[in-house]
Design a protein around this ligand. Structure first.
Ligand SMILES: Cc1cc2nc3c(=O)[nH]c(=O)nc-3n(C[C@H](O)[C@H](O)[C@H](O)COP(=O)(O)O)c2cc1C
Length: 198
C-alpha cells in the first residue's frame, strides 16, 4: 500500500498536526512491511495560488495548449498523479482562524479538475477518485467536535464534503483538540495518538 502524507502546518517540528499525521502514517506503514510513505510538505513546497493562466489551462484541451498553458497545468497534473498513485492519504489539517491553512486549500484547488477527479453526468456530479482511505489529523487550540464551539467546526464538514465530491468517501478524522485548554491540552496529542485504529 502507498501512503501519501500531506503536511500543511507551517510550524515544522513543533507542529501537533504533523505529529498526529506521522503517528497515523506510521501505524498504517507498520500494518504491513511493504507499505510505503510519500511525504509532501505543502508548507515548505507549496502549490501556487490559482491564477488566470492555470484556470485557462484547466479548460483548454490538451491539443490546444500553448507552451505557457502546458507549463501552468503541470502543478495540477503532478498533484493529481500523486493523489491517484496513493491507496491511503493522511491529511494534516491544523486549525488556523477556523479553517485549514491556505497551502492545503491551494492543494485542493489543484486536485479539483473536471473529467480528471470529478465529472458531471446525467445523474449529477460523480467523483472519480475511488478506492482511497483518507485520514485527517486535526489539531486545534479550542474544542470543536462537541460543546459550545461545535458550530465553528468548519474543517471536518468541508473536507468530508469536498473529498466526498471527488469520490473519497472513506474518511476518518482524528483530533488533537483543546490544545490551549488547561487540563485538556496537556494530554490532547497523546489521547489522539492512542485513539488511532487503522
Ligand atoms: C495564527 C494562528 C491562528 C489560530 N487559529 C485558531 C483557531 O481559529 N481556532 C483554534 O482552535 N486554534 C487556533 N490556533 C491554534 C492552533 O490550532 C494550534 O496551535 C495547533 O496546534 C496548530 O496546529 P499545528 O501545531 O499543526 O501547527 C491558531 C494558531 C495560530 C498560530
Amino acid at each position: 500500500m502507498k501512503i501519501l502524507h500531506l503536511i500543511s502546518s507551517p510550524r515544522g517540528a513543533e507542529s501537533i498536526s504533523t505529529k498526529l499525521g506521522n503517528a497515523i502514517a506510521g501505524k498504517l506503514q507498520a500494518a504491513n512491511p511493504g507499505n510505503t510513505i510519500v511525504t509532501h510538505n505543502l508548507a515548505t513546497t507549496p502549490f501556487p495560488h490559482l491564477e488566470e493562466v492555470q484556470i485557462t489551462s484547466f479548460f483548454t484541451p490538451a491539443e490546444k495548449q500553448t507552451p505557457e498553458l502546458a507549463e501552468a497545468i503541470k502543478h495540477s497534473d503532478e498533484a493529481i498523479a500523486e493523489l491517484m498513485d496513493a491507496d491511503a492519504i493522511v491529511i494534516d489539517a491544523p486549525v488556523y482562524n477556523f479553517q485549514i491553512p491556505s497551502t492545503l486549500k491551494t492543494w485542493i484547488d489543484h486536485i479539483c479538475r473536471a473529467n480528471k477527479t470529478f465529472s458531471y453526468s446525467e445523474n449529477g456530479p460523480q467523483g472519480l477518485v475511488k478506492g482511497k482511505k483518507v485520514y485527517v489529523a486535526i489539531s486545534s487550540g479550542g474544542i470543536y467536535s462537541d460543546g459550545p464551539m461545535k458550530a465553528f467546526d468548519f474543517i471536518e464538514p468541508y473536507l468530508r464534503g469536498l473529498l466526498g465530491f471527488l469520490g473519497m468517501t472513506d474518511l476518518t478524522v482524528y483530533r488533537a483538540e483543546g490544545l490551549k485548554v488547561p487540563g485538556i491540552g496537556e494530554h490532547a496529542l497523546e489521547n489522539a495518538i492512542d485513539s488511532i485504529a487503522v
